[in-house]
Design a protein around this ligand. Structure first.
Ligand code: HEC
Length: 208
């Protein structure tokens, strides 16, 4: 009997402690506010990465890429990345974009070891399934043989060695809205000295 009372007292103590800790965390979160401009606290960052590895199937880490990266494959992947991923991750994978810097958690610098130490299978899994409770969307259909995603994994591996030329080429493939496009054209015309009245149609035909 006395033992049962002791067990109950112990469980009660644990429950009280849990309530107190949760209370302190809630109060500190409310006081800090929920702004996405803050840096995630260490506890939040640790919890988030633990949740992410738990949600990944053990099988994911061991998946092997079915493709051999070639210049052609990397070229396709660069255009795919420039079009779909660069808005958050930047062409060079630094995450240094208006959106990437202000997401909570931030888009990571994917050239660094935190990303490069993930296995190909883990990178593939993240690209296909996204990361819950973060800005990272799911891009796949849940299959293990999506060539587009495996090409992106090959590109992520190539990020630390991305050349200036490759980056410049990607800039041309980043999505632009019609306003930006006509602004760019005006600038180009101005630089060529072919804006408005000074333009000579027959000389400029090749530029269209
Ligand atoms: C809307 C913004 C957004 C877009 C678009 C986006 N991502 Fe992400 N991505 C994120 C964020 C935020 C994270 C960090 C998630 C976290 O903290 O676990 C992330 C994480 C990742 C990671 C894990 C890297 C690491 O070290 O945690 C990979 C791989 C990745 N993204 C690949 C891609 C690819 C490939 C595309 C394009 C097909 C893409 N992302 C498009 C926001 C985005």
């Amino acid at each position: 009997m006395a033992r049962i009372v002791k067990v109950f007292a112990f469980v009660g103590l644990l429950a009280t402690l849990a309530v107190v800790v949760a209370g302190v965390m809630t109060v500190s979160m409310i006081r800090r506010g929920f702004s996405a401009r803050d840096q995630p606290s260490t506890i939040e960052a640790t919890l988030a990465s633990m949740m992410r590895s738990w949600s990944m199937t053990a099988r994911a880490a061991t998946l092997k890429s079915p493709i051999q990266p070639s210049p052609g494959i990397l070229r396709d992947a660069r255009s795919h990345w420039a079009d779909h991923c660069a808005i958050c991750h930047a062409n060079d994978g630094s995450g240094d974009t208006q959106i990437g810097r202000h997401l909570y958690p931030r888009a990571p610098d994917m050239r660094g070891s935190a990303t490069q130490n993930l296995t190909d299978g883990e990178l593939y899994f993240i690209v296909e399934n996204g990361v819950r409770l973060t800005g990272m969307p799911a891009w796949g259909n849940g299959r293990e043989d999506s060539l587009d995603s495996w090409q992106l994994v090959a590109f992520i591996r190539h990020l630390p060695a991305l050349t200036k030329e490759e980056e410049a080429e990607m800039r041309k493939m980043n999505p632009v809205n019609p306003g930006e496009r006509s602004e760019e054209k005006e600038e180009e015309d101005f630089l060529r000295g072919t804006d408005g009245a000074t333009s000579h149609p027959s000389r400029n035909d090749h530029s269209h």
